[in-house]
Design a binder for this molecule. Structure first.
Ligand code: ARG
Length: 489
């Protein structure tokens, strides 16, 4: 969806139509706006000015926008129905050319908008020259870019849902398998592996919410704002807005041509979500490490070392962990471009596209890799269970027992438990390995039933509070998510 096979083909670009021969050579003016220009741009001017190297990604959206614009111009009588028809079929043929790799993108024509318009005029003549009536590249690019990001949002939302489904499936299988729960990465209390995985499902659900929210605000159509002030032609902005799937036209033409909040909101959602993926990636890296061995990844998601034959490196997880760096950089980069820009359009905003394309690609790749790893990984449930019960992980259960069974105030129970932990630690044994006598030295009322609360299974089973880790809770939550994520075909 985000891939475009022309992206990395600067060799496709030529300097035809306008020739630039350096600072002293003969140059001819741009055919689209060159009326008052006697000569063409300096080579370096052309190089810094042109965006075709990256904005060719917008070709589909540009053609869609032009088709809607032409149909509207004909509808209100600004151009003839015949011209609109010729424009439409011309644009269809150009789309086919680009699709087939037959289109020559020209740096001299600066950007995707002028490349397509020039080719249209080349193919259909006069009618092509009428297309730009009541429109400017300023409202055109704002429209195209919104359409591109909207498509990207829809694709990413589907990927987020897919990753959530993968996590929910694993959580369902491991709803009752204990693992050590951590705070400060120190063993805290036993939790279930399913519960741990569902924590990421919650994060990803919020990521989808942010995308949905951004999409709602993005979905207004700038087309018809023209350069900045609107137009003197009797255009119908509601018609173009509806044709392009927007909820309504934007209200203020100055804002519409200069606003890039929709790109920033997209980048912000991308940053937060990539941060979530980075956290899960880091856990996978830790879990795969030899001293842990909580999960293993197959050959499909690991690489070997050229020198150490025993190595199985979780490179994909490491790269997902790292991608957030560039995504956050993309957000800060565009934020900084927008800072201090006066109204209305300024060429600075041409710098909006690369960060968005870059972040979308990194996010898409990370989501796909993460979904693959989640489906691929094999949890070592015995090992997780073993560590869930070590490190005095059930100390809180003992304190809770003293409160529940002996009615000690919690602070007192905490203190007694602390002394028992110290006692076990000094002997190099676990809490459950202390004898009843040893326990009674600290609290005489402790009964034989204390041992039943010190097991890992009793511990997780007891965490039945709403949102807690008890296997029955986790199974219920997983079932609820499965229902939420049911594919509606
Ligand atoms: N390539 C430009 C961009 O991405 C299109 C708009 C140019 N408008 C202008 N008046 N020069 O922003």
């Amino acid at each position: 969806m985000l891939a475009d096979r022309h992206d990395d083909r600067p060799s496709f670009m030529t300097n035809d139509q306008t020739t630039t021969t350096g600072d002293s050579g003969q140059r001819s003016a741009n055919m689209q706006w060159g009326g008052r220009f006697a000569a063409g741009p300096a080579a370096i001017m052309q190089e810094i000015n042109a965006s075709i190297g990256f904005d060719q990604k917008l070709w589909r959206q540009d053609i869609r926008g032009s088709m809607a614009h032409a149909a509207m111009l004909a509808h209100v009588g600004i151009i003839s129905g015949e011209d609109a028809q010729v424009i439409r079929s011309g644009l269809e043929r150009i789309a086919a050319e680009i699709e087939e790799g037959q289109f020559t993108f020209s740096v001299a024509l600066e950007d995707i908008h002028m490349n397509i318009e020039a080719r249209l005029t080349e193919r259909i003549g006069e009618a092509g020259k009428r297309l730009h009536t009541a429109r400017s590249r300023n409202d055109q690019v704002a429209t195209d870019f919104r359409l591109w990001i909207r498509d990207a949002i829809d694709g990413l939302d589907a990927q987020l849902a897919d990753l959530m489904r993968a996590l929910v499936a694993r959580a369902t299988d491991h709803a009752a398998d204990p693992m050590p729960g951590f705070t400060h990465l120190q063993t805290a209390q036993p939790v279930t592996f399913g519960h741990h995985l569902l924590a990421y499902v919650e994060m990803l659900a919020r990521d989808r919410g942010r995308l949905a929210d951004a999409r709602k605000r993005l979905n207004e159509c700038p087309l018809g704002s023209a350069a900045l002030a609107g137009t003197s032609f009797p255009i119908d902005r509601r018609m173009t807005a509806a044709a392009l799937g927007f909820d309504r036209p934007t209200r203020n033409s100055l804002d519409a041509v200069s606003d890039r909040d929709f790109a920033l909101e997209f980048l912000s959602a991308a940053s937060i979500s990539s941060m979530h993926l980075s956290r899960l990636a880091e856990e996978i890296v830790i879990w795969c490490s030899a001293p842990w061995r909580f999960v293993s990844l197959s050959d499909a998601y690991t690489t070997g070392s050229s020198i150490m034959p025993q190595k199985r490196n979780p490179d994909a997880a490491e790269l997902v962990r790292a991608k957030v760096g560039r995504v956050m950089g993309d957000l800060i980069g565009l934020m900084t471009v927008m800072k201090g820009l006066p109204l209305a359009y300024a060429k600075d905003t041409q710098e909006d596209k690369e960060p968005v394309f870059d972040a979308a690609e990194a996010w898409t790749l990370s989501l796909a890799a993460m979904a693959g790893m989640v489906r691929d990984m094999t949890p070592n449930t015995d090992r997780m269970r073993f560590f869930a019960g070590s490190g005095f992980a059930t100390a809180t259960d003992l304190a809770d027992y003293l409160v529940r069974a002996l009615h000690l105030p919690f602070r007192t129970a905490h203190h007694v438990t602390g002394r028992l932990v110290a006692k076990a630690e000094a002997k190099g044994i676990d809490l459950a390995e202390l004898s009843l006598e040893e326990m009674r030295e600290e609290e005489p009322a402790i009964g034989e039933d204390v041992f039943s609360v010190l097991t890992v299974d009793a511990s997780i089973a007891s965490r039945r509070s709403e949102g807690g880790t008890a296997p029955e809770n986790v199974a219920q939550q997983a079932a609820w998510w499965r229902d939420q994520l049911k594919e509606t075909a």
